[in-house]
Design a protein around this ligand. Structure first.
Ligand code: ATP
Length: 285
């Protein structure tokens, strides 16, 4: 896996403006990118460690390697990289409204179900796309969703070994290290570190639950170690106040214990599309 050389950018065309976030190995800046006389606002992730750590360097570039394969309107677009010289820069589409969680918390009162369903529908389209690419994200959660504007969600964070392409020879990717988002994870991911498109579907429903709960995190007050016990006893997250039963039904399907009984990402996208249509028809009636 290499980054397509056409993604290499001339670093003199990038002016960092201000820091907007901090990640594990890189800080994110808002920046101007000047190209062909046009200046665009972009987000730039910049290494925050010493140049001699080859290991970290490789990990840092991995995120861009993954992102360069994707082109979808609800996935943060990679614009390019500066891998020659130091620091290494990853240049991405800028999500002006930042993380969706903060936005949901601040605007909880004003956001109606129609608006929230739009976000979920957009996320379902990103997951359908990843499923088609045989790509397992493994960290679908509201903390990894950003907004470019009030009506457009982007899935981000393909960083640091969480996301993995499933090779045709592997039945699934087995995770070995790292801190795991237990409260978002499917039971087979918790028990066997098994991650597949079906476990992404489970996580999609948890993430939808967070959106419908306007930024509340799942399983509040439950210890990580107790989550799997609850799931194995048939306990699931409850229907959020704003969530219509028709939508909750789909979410519960996504939380079937047995992965093969869950809908595919493509089926979710279709079903949620029908729901959104019926909402739109009610609105115009
Ligand atoms: P890591 O991937 O290192 O674990 P992280 O998941 O915490 O880090 P990063 O992807 O490094 O997050 O981003 C840190 C913060 O920077 C995000 O929480 C977000 O607020 C901001 N950010 C990241 N990418 C963008 C972007 N494309 N547009 C706008 N803001 C962004």
């Amino acid at each position: 896996e290499k980054i397509d050389p056409s993604f290499e950018l001339d670093r003199s065309k990038i002016d960092l403006l201000r820091e907007i976030g901090q990640g594990q190995f890189g800080n994110v800046h808002c920046a101007n990118y000047k190209n062909d006389g046009i200046t665009a606002l972009v987000a730039v992730k910049k290494t925050n460690f010493e140049e001699d750590s080859e290991d970290l360097k490789q990990k840092f570039i991995e995120e861009a390697q993954i992102m360069c394969h994707f082109n979808h309107k609800h996935i943060v677009q990679l614009i390019g990289v500066c891998t020659k010289g130091w620091p290494i820069l990853i240049v991405m589409e800028y999500c002006a409204l930042g993380c969706i969680r903060d936005y949901l918390i601040q605007n909880a009162e004003a956001l109606d179900i129609h608006h929230l369903l739009e976000y979920i529908y957009q996320l379902s389209s990103a997951l359908k796309y990843l499923e088609e690419q045989n790509f397992v994200h493994r960290d679908i959660a509201a903390r990894n969703l950003m907004l470019t504007n009030e009506h457009t969600v982007k899935l981000g964070d393909f960083g640091f070994g969480l996301s993995r392409q499933v090779k045709e020879t592997d039945a699934y990717y087995v995770a070995t290290t790292g801190k795991l988002p237990i409260k978002w994870m499917a039971p087979e991911s918790i028990n066997y570190r098994k991650f597949t498109s079906q476990s992404d579907v489970w996580m999609f429903a948890v993430c939808s639950w967070e959106i419908l709960s306007c930024g509340v995190k799942p399983f509040q007050g439950v210890k990580n170690n107790d989550v799997i016990l609850q799931i194995e006893n048939g306990i699931r997250l409850e229907c959020p106040k704003k969530c219509p039963l028709s939508l909750f039904k789909i979410m519960k399907q996504c939380w079937k214990y047995q992965a093969h009984l869950r809908p595919t990402a493509a089926q979710n996208h279709e079903q949620i599309g029908y729901l959104l249509d019926s909402f739109n028809q009610e609105d115009s009636a």
